[in-house]
Design a protein. Structure first.
Length: 357
């Protein structure tokens, strides 16, 4: 029996609703597969915890999480607490404390889900965006002086290190190599940003020599938005800086149909720490408690989690179950359906047990 320990942190808003649905799906997979156990421990951290204790998680939170094989995370954000407190109090300390430097975002048009792009269907858009998740433009390096004065100055200095760029580049090349098309696009803005992003170009060239079977090209980020929109088929694996990939992956999510289906994984490729798997969406307090949150993003990120845990069979089975249910039209209102969270979850569980998956 293979065993995996999973820390489930639903946190805020619809987070606990979709993570609860995801845990039910994992239980169904465990039953169906028979030779694997998911030992899920739930943590009540988040804004509710903050209102009681003044912090989003206990001081030894990271120590508590460290022994787990993976973290299954919902979302943070509450109407009555500033976003920088919820974000910097729980999600970012986990990403940074566990050096989850690769943020991996698969994007595909699921069957049954409409893309805003003309003449594009499932199969024409199948990307994985790899976002540098530890430095770059979000390194937090900067400051403000002369606040409120006419001569006020603010700086926001991007930080690119050889170690940081090389490790994300190696991850991206290896991921591209593992996908059928073996195709990587390195995104920068090295015409205008001639220091850090020229370093990106140089390191891409160096790392590419270790992956002779990967075809790769370079794009400037502005031109990349055009290519993603007009020629989605020409792309497969994409790597970009923290800021650029943040923006490109929102575009990717929109092109694939909805935020409610988009997953992400925050990975420590060296496996020194647990990696964290989450839907891209936030806590969606406009629909919290209504039972209509789309659980597909939370299920798809569970597929990423299973892949990371070495459970390829379970990952494949869950992904096929998701596709069958989307194609059958059992979907939540955000993607044009009439079903609620529980009905979609029940349908995915039935598909997991079905013989055609
Ligand atoms: P959001 O993603 O929570 O919601 C945006 C819109 O998409 C809303 O109309 C919402 O109802 C809808 N939506 C999102 N997920 C859905 C789902 N699974 N099913 C159906 N509809 C869905 O973004 P927001 O409204 O800008 O932010 C709300 C809160 O979430 C804020 O506090 C924000 O800081 C936080 N947030 C957190 C994360 C995170 O934890 N990773 C990410 C984004 C936003
Ligand atoms: Mn973003």
């Amino acid at each position: 029996m293979r065993e995996h320990s999973i820390a489930a942190i639903g946190a805020d808003g619809i987070g606990p609703e979709v993570i609860g649905a995801g845990v039910r799906v994992l239980e169904a997979l465990q039953q169906r597969l028979g030779d694997v156990r998911f030992n899920v421990t739930s943590f009540d951290w988040g804004s509710g915890y903050y209102r009681k204790h003044g912090v989003m998680m206990p001081a030894d939170g990271l120590q508590q999480l460290k022994p787990f094989d993976a973290i299954y995370f919902g979302a943070v954000g509450a109407a009555d607490i500033p976003d920088h407190i919820t974000l910097w109090g729980l999600r970012l300390p986990i990403c940074q404390g566990f050096d989850q430097y690769a943020n991996v975002r698969p994007t595909r048009i699921l069957p049954g889900i409409a893309t805003p792009l003309r003449d594009v269907g499932p199969g024409d858009l199948d990307w994985v965006i790899v976002r540098e998740n530890s430095e770059g433009e979000y390194a937090g390096n900067g400051g403000r002086t002369h606040r409120g004065m006419p001569e006020e100055v603010a700086t926001e200095v991007a930080v690119f290190t050889r170690v940081g760029v090389e490790r994300i580049m190696r991850y991206a090349f290896a991921l591209a190599q593992a996908r059928p098309r073996k195709l990587l696009t390195v995104v920068t803005k090295s015409n205008a940003q001639r220091f850090g992003l020229v370093l990106w170009d140089e390191i891409a060239e160096l790392v590419s020599r270790d992956f002779p079977d990967v075809t790769w090209d370079k794009m400037l980020v502005d031109a990349m938005t055009v290519r993603m929109t007009l020629d989605p088929k020409s792309l497969d694996t994409i790597v970009a800086t923290n800021l650029h990939a943040d923006i490109l992956s929102d575009l990717a999510g929109a092109l694939a149909g909805s935020l409610g289906v988009a997953p992400t994984a925050n990975i420590d490729p060296q496996r020194r720490y647990p990696s964290m798997f989450e839907p891209i969406h936030g806590s969606a307090f406009d629909i919290t408690g209504k039972g209509i949150a789309n659980p597909i993003a939370a299920f798809w990120t569970a597929v990423q989690m299973l892949e990371h845990l070495g459970e390829a069979d379970g990952a494949g089975r869950l992904m096929r179950a998701i596709e069958i249910v989307c194609a059958s039209g059992v979907m939540t209102p955000d993607v044009g359906g009439k079903a609620n969270t529980q009905e979609v979850t029940d349908a995915v569980i039935a598909a997991i047990h079905g013989s055609n998956v």
